[in-house]
Write a protein that binds this ligand. Structure first.
Ligand SMILES: *Cc1c(COP(=O)(O)O)cnc(C)c1O
Length: 368
């Protein structure tokens, strides 16, 4: 081969660091020759699949030869009803990551800039660099988004701002008051994406429901997902709520069949199964408290979280601890690529998984 394809690629693609997913259980067991590994690395719902979803998927399997409904009419209708909006306020994505990409592609060119915080979700740099746009990354405050700094960092060519609330991997969130002040101060010509993947878990009294603000801030895009509390990560289904004009533009850049038919039906049914979501939330709350207590007992600093994961500080390079945990069959997430080499992120699992993680952590930290 004589052609250097790397040279042919866009500057953006050349600069990209591919997203590093959590290690799959199968891969760990194969590589380390162990069994019964547990994965607390990708903020997945540990409670299994909703039985209503299983039945719905089975009933719709025969539709696989046909293209899905490219409009996702039924699911959009259900979501519109759920949020007391119209279907013109809803766009569906192949996971909410797809939504983040759609917004960037609909509004940002290589001549523009996109603003987000340090330690923010890894998909923001990916979708920005894929376009070749400039990234403006503001320093964090106590690991969280510093909205004052973000407001000041806006440049004349800034087209888009990403805010993860709460943020992954830090778990930090911005309060209703802070966020409203920020939204009030940003010109309407800049699109603001509020990425709320963990919305359902958030029980902090100061945590806002920004889906109620669409009329007040027409430049707002609220992204939600079925991957976390609804337990449908593998099906890839998320959505955004926004002004109909924004939704219309996102639909123009969207691939015609970006959401598959099993995801459409599963999400529609999952939305009705409140018992599943409530159980997942309740279990998460107990698990998070357990992990927090465990860290406190071991004298380990952590970043307070209300989501389904928590990030802790080892005060030294975390990779050796990550690897020692792998040997114990416990997969957590190193976050050095987020500029946090001393931290690890752990997803809240089932009670026995949380227990095993804490025991394993204690063991690997006290080993001579
Ligand atoms: C998990 C997560 C998502 C959801 O991604 P999907 O594509 O919907 O699976 C979005 N944003 C953040 C910050 C996340 O952590």
């Amino acid at each position: 081969m004589t052609c250097d394809f790397f040279k042919l690629a866009t500057k953006g693609a050349q600069a990209l660091q591919p997203y590093q997913p959590g290690k799959p259980i199968e891969e760990l067991e194969r590589e380390y020759g162990i069994k019964n590994a547990i994965k607390l690395a990708s903020n997945e719902n540990p409670t299994g699949i909703s039985p209503l979803v299983v039945t719905a998927i089975q009933a719709h399997l025969q539709e696989l030869p046909r293209y899905p409904d490219g409009n996702g009419f039924r699911l959009k209708q259900a979501l519109a009803a759920y949020h007391s909006r119209t279907i013109n306020n809803v766009v569906l994505g192949n996971g909410s990551n797809d939504i983040l990409d759609l917004v960037a592609r609909a509004f940002v060119t290589a001549q523009d800039s996109v603003l987000f915080s340090a330690h923010a979700f890894a998909v923001y740099p990916i979708v920005t660099q894929a376009i070749g746009a400039k990234m403006i990354i503001t320093p964090a405050k106590n690991w969280g988004h510093d909205l004052i700094a973000m407001r000041q960092a806006i440049e004349p060519n800034t087209k888009l701002i990403f805010i993860a609330n709460p943020n992954n991997p830090t778990g930090t969130w911005v309060s209703k008051t802070e966020l409203q002040a920020f939204l009030d101060s940003v010109p309407e010509t800049i699109i603001i994406v509020l990425d709320e993947a963990y919305f359902d878990y958030m029980d902090a009294p100061d945590y806002p429901d920004s889906s109620l603000w669409l009329d007040r801030y027409p430049n707002l895009v609220v992204a939600r997902t079925f991957s976390k509390a609804y337990g449908l990560a593998a099906l890839r289904i998320g959505y955004a709520l926004a002004h109909p004009d924004i939704i219309n533009l996102l639909n123009r850049v969207r691939q015609p069949f970006n959401v598959n038919s099993l995801a459409l039906i599963a999400a529609e049914v999952a939305l009705q199964d409140r018992a599943y979501v409530m159980n997942a939330i309740a279990l998460n709350k107990v698990g998070l408290a357990k992990l927090t207590q465990g860290f406190e007992k071991m004298g380990i600093n952590y970043i307070p979280s209300r989501a389904n994961f928590i990030t802790f500080d080892l005060g030294k390079p975390a990779l050796p601890v990550y690897e020692a945990l792998l040997r114990e069959g416990v997969i957590v997430r190193p976050i050095g690529s987020y500029g946090m080499p001393n931290h690890l992120r752990v997803t809240v699992g089932l009670p026995e998984e949380n227990e095993r993680f804490l025991q394993s952590l204690k063991k690997v930290l006290t080993k001579p």
